[in-house]
Design a binder for this molecule. Structure first.
Ligand code: NCD
Length: 360
């Protein structure tokens, strides 16, 4: 029988009170750094990165090193046994026998959840394809709490690739759990937020509108969350070419924004924010990346101290005969993995990638 670990695959795995505790602890760590030196002495974190990363990987690693722990892992699967064809399941099983916590990024949707099912230690999702990125969301929530003083009553604009941007999906779901937030979703028709996320916003009683002009939306916003067009998630280079450069935040658009609007971006930036905006005091994306390290220190500590109550990873029903209709879902790639589905008002939802099943 497998132990029940406080895995973080989706922020939904933790109650909102735990998100708030993690944010408050991060604020304390940032203020009183000396108290936390050595708090993870003797512990080891494995970072298994199957996809490129700068901030997420380095902030996790520096977080663990600042807490006195050690790090192992890879950021180029070509140099690990993955190159010999080892499954995610086996790699994770072994890494979890060498470490106390695993942080994993993978290009396949639902893959980190699948890994967590076989791990013998807690697993943290550092991004699974175009699906979710819960630790970026903790970073974003900490930034909002520290810089706006609240997580409620905010009008938040999301701009760019809202279809493939996993940071957008996780943050929209999270901000829907706080009172009186409103969302302005700024994208082209092709790159709109997936329906299941919009349903979550509506189910929480929050309002959203979908628009295609950043200029028109900007004066109303308290927060503007810019994102890049996710080139690596497109089916063809032509499709990407059609979508790139549609939205660009520049000094002129910033002039129409509120004096206290803040600009966030999970980074990396490509060309959706001009360099001149960096000098605007409302541009907080570099500060946001620094908050990411503190929130990850807080998360590592909370997980290793088992200060978080978690729900089971799978709550739906195993249905081995039904296939998920998302070709990018892990259940369609690792054939030993059985499909598992939630019943959402008569519609089946994949428990790995959240895809709604197209019934024939
Ligand atoms: C994001 C990611 O990897 O999803 N970056 C990050 O983790 N800070 C955003 C992106 O790649 O566009």
């Amino acid at each position: 029988m497998q132990r029940h670990f406080p895995h973080l695959i989706d922020l939904d795995n933790y109650p909102v009170s735990s998100w708030n505790d993690i944010i408050d602890l991060a604020i304390d760590i940032k203020r009183n750094k000396h108290i936390y030196v050595g708090a993870c002495n003797g512990k080891i974190m494995a970072t298994l990165f199957y996809e490129p990363s700068t901030r997420t990987q380095m902030s996790f690693q520096s977080a663990m090193l600042r807490l006195g722990g050690g790090i192992i892992g890879f950021d180029n699967p070509a140099t690990s046994s993955v190159a010999k064809g080892e499954s995610i399941k086996d790699t994770t099983k072994i890494a979890s026998s060498y470490s106390d916590i695993i942080v994993m990024r993978h290009f396949v949707e639902g893959s980190v959840k699948a890994a967590a099912l076989t791990a013998d230690c807690p697993v943290v999702n550092a991004g699974d394809g175009g699906h979710l990125h819960p630790t970026q969301t903790l970073t974003d929530l900490l930034t909002l709490k520290a810089e706006k003083g609240t997580l409620s009553g905010l009008t938040v604009g999301f701009c760019g690739d809202l279809k493939n941007g996993r940071t957008v999906h996780s943050l929209l779901k999270a901000l829907s759990c706080y009172d009186n937030n409103k969302f302005v979703l700024i994208s082209t028709n092709e790159l709109k937020v997936p329906t299941y996320i919009k349903d979550r916003i509506s189910a929480s009683g929050k309002e959203y509108i979908e628009v295609n002009s950043l200029e028109e939306a900007i004066p109303e916003l308290d927060v503007l969350y810019m994102t890049r067009i996710q080139r690596e998630r497109f089916g063809s280079p032509e499709e990407y070419e059609r979508q790139k450069n549609v939205f660009c935040l520049d000094a002129q658009k910033m002039r129409a924004a509120k004096k206290d609007m803040i600009v966030l971006h999970p980074l990396p930036r490509v060309d959706e924010i001009t360099l001149e905006v960096d000098d605007d005091p409302r541009a907080l994306y570099f500060k946001q990346a620094n908050y990411g390290m503190y929130v990850r220190m807080s998360l590592i500590l909370s997980i290793l101290n088992e200060d978080i109550s978690t729900k089971p990873l799978l709550v739906g029903k195993e249905m081995p005969d039904i296939k998920c209709s998302n070709p990018k879902c892990i259940t369609n790639m690792e054939n030993t993995l059985k499909g598992s589905f939630r019943n959402h008002g008569g519609i089946l939802e994949c428990e790995f990638c959240d895809e709604r099943l197209l019934m024939e």
